[in-house]
Design a protein around this ligand. Structure first.
Ligand code: ITT
Length: 199
């Protein structure tokens, strides 16, 4: 069985490959499928956007598809950048530049007010077009400095129990991260469906 991973973010793709390894399942990237269409993430929630991604890709490729929409919510910034995490501060900025915008906006804010979470909604659309969704979070807080070069996005400014995501290995991040938790949940669902189909 083939499942298309509907993401253009190669870091996410690597996390999916690491976590969604299943004997009967072959993960395909959008590149493998020569899929280059623009996906308009016009939703205002992670749930809406991850559904938009799987539906659009499924309608064209007619294959089971999985996608994630995720982002960082900072309490002090009224949950910003939220669903705009990938575009925060402007489309052309680098991940590092986006991190520094946040560090600047959080300058002088005391630790107890630096709480934040990564949120991730994963949608899976099966061969019949039935959609299943899971949402998970990873609670933490925003560091005062840019720390480490591991991971991607806001990892170098996100701390869990004093450990920065910018310093840990991918396999360690998977254990506690929003995406790690969500992929494990959806993997269970997909496995159950595969068993049902083979019965
Ligand atoms: P696709 O839509 O193609 O999957 P994207 O990067 O545009 O790729 P999103 O719209 O879901 O994906 O935006 C997610 C952004 O949230 C991402 O670009 C990062 O800036 C941030 N983000 C999400 N998960 C993260 C993680 O595990 N570590 C660091 N930053 C993360």
């Amino acid at each position: 069985m083939d499942i298309v991973v509907a993401t253009n973010n190669h870091h996410k793709l690597r996390e999916f490959n690491r976590l969604l390894e299943l004997d009967d399942i072959n993960l395909l990237s959008l590149k493998d499928e020569n899929y280059n269409d623009y996906i308009d993430e016009s939703g205002i929630t992670f749930k809406e956007n991850s559904k938009i991604k799987v539906k659009q890709v499924y309608l064209k490729l007619k294959k089971p598809t999985i996608a994630d929409d995720s982002g960082l919510e900072i309490d002090f910034l009224n949950s910003e950048p939220g669903v705009y995490s990938a575009r925060y501060g402007g489309e052309d900025l680098t991940d590092k530049e986006r991190c520094f915008i946040i560090l600047d906006r959080m300058k002088g804010v005391v630790k107890k007010d630096r709480s934040a979470r990564f949120r991730c909604c994963i949608s899976y659309i099966d061969e019949k077009g039935v959609i299943y969704q899971v949402e998970e979070t990873c609670e933490g807080y925003i560091s005062e400095n840019y720390i480490g070069e591991n991971g991607f996005g806001y990892d170098p400014i996100f701390l869990v129990d004093d450990v920065c995501f910018g310093l840990i290995r991918g396999s360690q991040k998977d254990i506690i991260s929003h995406r790690g938790k969500a992929i494990r949940k959806i993997k269970k669902y997909i496995l159950e469906k595969v068993v049902e189909k083979n019965e």
